[in-house]
Design a protein around this ligand. Structure first.
Ligand SMILES: [Zn+2]
Length: 237
């Protein structure tokens, strides 16, 4: 394990070193983006984070500690290969669980991935201006926002009466979870979280003309996924 980690770091340093060198030697080339952050297609971007989650589960890392040179190049522009819409839960940090370095993920996070115009606008910005071709909608097991919405549906609201904003946030999840009203909960709320996550894909296609157009044209890949708090594994749905 340790030696393969060392080999990974060594290879990465060689890779980074050579790419920095080649950039330094060819000042006329477009220096826009460190190649670590780019992907030529949504499928290639998915492969990057799929492999990253496997490294995370094996306690290996490929994500570089950025050098000053790397940061300077990145400061010129960003070109993240994947956009992540995830829950804000502190146990679900996308860069760590996908073992991705700085500049690789454009992240939008709200409790339960609740949607509003700011969230959708942020996603559209990254698609339109940063040319990211891959969006991951990342739910997780034992999600507090999913649980609070289910409690609300069952007539047992918890601490939401006092806050209009919180009620609005849960109100976005409510239609997606309506079918679970009065039903027994699944283990770790996996089924309910999966339904919420898959429902968000449909909602994004309905509520964003840009996402719908790019997706229908085959230019944008949408990947729903569930992260297990208990095992660290991401299941791509
Ligand atoms: Zn959550």
């Amino acid at each position: 394990m340790k030696s393969s980690t060392f080999q990974n770091i060594l290879l990465l340093n060689i890779f980074l070193g050579s790419s920095l060198l080649s950039w330094a030697e060819t000042p006329t080339a477009n220096p826009a983006y460190p190649s670590l952050t780019t992907a030529s297609s949504g499928s290639e971007a998915l492969e990057k984070i799929r492999e990253g989650n496997l490294r995370f589960q094996k306690k290996l890392t490929d994500a570089p500690t950025p050098t000053v040179d790397f940061l300077k190049r990145l400061a010129a522009a960003q070109k993240p290969h994947t956009i992540i819409l995830s829950c804000s839960d502190s146990r679900v940090p996308p860069e760590i669980i996908f073992d991705q370095g700085i500049g690789t993920l454009f992240t939008v996070r709200t409790a339960g991935m609740s949607l509003d115009s700011n969230v959708i606008g942020s996603l559209e910005y990254a698609i339109q201006h940063l040319q990211s071709r891959h969006v991951v909608i990342l739910g997780h097991t034992s999600c507090g926002a999913v649980k609070a919405t289910l409690d609300l549906l069952d007539g047992h609201p918890t601490n939401t009466e006092a806050s209009t904003s919180l009620r609005e946030l849960l109100g976005d999840l409510q239609p997606r979870l309506q079918g679970f009203k009065g039903q027994p909960r699944s283990q770790q709320l996996r089924e309910e979280s999966t339904t919420n996550t898959q429902g968000i894909v449909q909602d994004l296609l309905e509520r964003s003309a840009l996402i719908r157009r790019e997706h229908q044209a085959g230019k944008l890949k949408l990947t729903p996924a569930i992260y297990s708090l208990e095992t660290g594994k991401v299941t791509f749905l």
